[in-house]
Structures are given as structure tokens and as C-alpha cells.
Design a protein around this ligand. Sequence first.
Ligand SMILES: [Zn+2]
Length: 293
Amino acid sequence: MTGPQDWPEAQWRGLVDRVGTGRRLVPDWPGGARCALALSFDCDHETFALGAGETAVGPLAWGAFGRRVGVPRILDTLARHGARATFFYPAVSALIDPEEPRRVVAAGHEIGVHGWIHERNDTLTEDEERTLLARSRDTLAEIAGTEIVGHRAAHWDLSPHTVRLVAEAGFLYDSSLMADEDPYEVLLEGRASGLVELPVDWVRDDAVYLLFSRQPTRPTHTPEQVFEVFRAELDGAHATGGLCQIVMHPFVVGYRSRIAILERLLQHAARLGGVHIGTHAEIARLCQARIGA
Ligand SMILES: [Zn+2]
């Protein structure tokens, strides 16, 4: 029998070092804040189905809810709190209604790349991946009339090439990896890449707790319980002076019963005090200034 137990050290070490972790990059937060809160909204909308090859009318209508109800409700909540956030778009999602990303940018928020049609990177060749990454970024930049500096892989699904391609394309930051809670510099084959990672995690993702599908995927938590998890994550960042990064989806959190998760989190941040709420790009720039410092 042969398997991973037979791999020589060069093999397992090579796999671990392909994408590694460099220095933790925790800047002095603006205005003397104790910690930072980075809110992100992955606007998968209809591409959540399309990217999985799902073409039925029902799932597409469910995606449309994110566009029709979720995003406006999120924008309204953020505006009432004066909070800025990052909205990650699959390019096709932005093409379906280009006015939406334009409204998001006009409200002071950031737009980042989230694939072409929410495809899985590990199903692509390196060349396909490079081409789609460039096309997605150019499409979003053209639609929104803004520079695109951030990348989040759809499904956080990374091929062996993804992170290197993102660094080579000159992105400021990626937000698809989970090796820390605080930002860090990505190492490629053990070498500095200059790419800042703003780490995500399943524990700070609304879909983990609230997503429904016909396969046996059922919401496991109430909105109240999800708020409690996110609140504890923010309290932890506040205690240590780090970053609390949160992932939400308009078609998951945008419901009447669930938007309170965002509302209450912003109320809690205001009560805590010393919480800098910024876009991922803004926070990544602060972190990048720490590289080599
Ligand atoms: Zn997504």
C-alpha cells in the first residue's frame, strides 16, 4: 500500500510551502482605534447557481433575491451606521445588473473580484485561470469605474496556481485563506510575495450557519446565535488589537429576520468604541505599509 505515509519529506514540505505565511501585519489602526472590523458581502446572486452548472429557474430566482432585496437592505443598514464595506462580485453577477455595483461604489464601498461566474478554480487550467482573472478584473473595473485591488476566490476554492496568479496580476490583497485571524504576508515557495492576506474563516461566514439547500443542508443556527458568534469574534479582536473579518451573502443574510445580525453587530461595534470599520482595500494598504517596515 502506498499513500501519503510514503511521501518523502521534499514532497510534503513542497506542498506546505507552496503558499505559506509570512509576517503578521497588524498596523496602528486609524484614529487610535483598538481594532478593525472588515465587513464583506459576496454578491454571488444568480452565479451561485450558474457557476455550479445549475440552470433551473428556482435557484436563479433565489439568487435574484440577493440582488433585489439583500443588497438594498445591506446598503441601507451600512449607510445608517456610516460604515464602509467590501462587496465581492463574480463578473457575471455585475454584468447582469451593472447598476448595482455602481450604486455600491457610489455609496463609498469597495468592489473586489470573486471569479467570473463563481466557477471553481481547481477545475481550470493555469492558462484559463489567468485569463479569467484578468477578464473578471477588467470587467468589474469598467462597470464600476474604479480600480480593483482585491481578490476572493469563489468558494474560497484555490488551485495550486491561484494565489501566485493573484500576486502576479498585481493585486494588493487576497481574502480567501485561513492561516490566521489577523492579516499576514503571503509567501510563495518560501519567498515574500508582497501580497497581503486578509484571512477569512468558516466561523465568520453567515452561509455556514444559515444556508439551506435541498441536499441535507439546513440552517443550524438562529440569527440570534449567528450574531453571538460574530459578536464574540469582534470582542476577541478588540481584546487583542487585531482584525475581525466577516463574510456575508445578500441571499443569505438579506432577509427580514436576519439583517438584524448586521444591524446588531454595527450597534455592538459602536458600543465597544475604538473599532475602526474600513474596506478591505483600506485595511490591506495599512498592512502593506508594514511589509519591510
Ligand atoms: Zn461566493
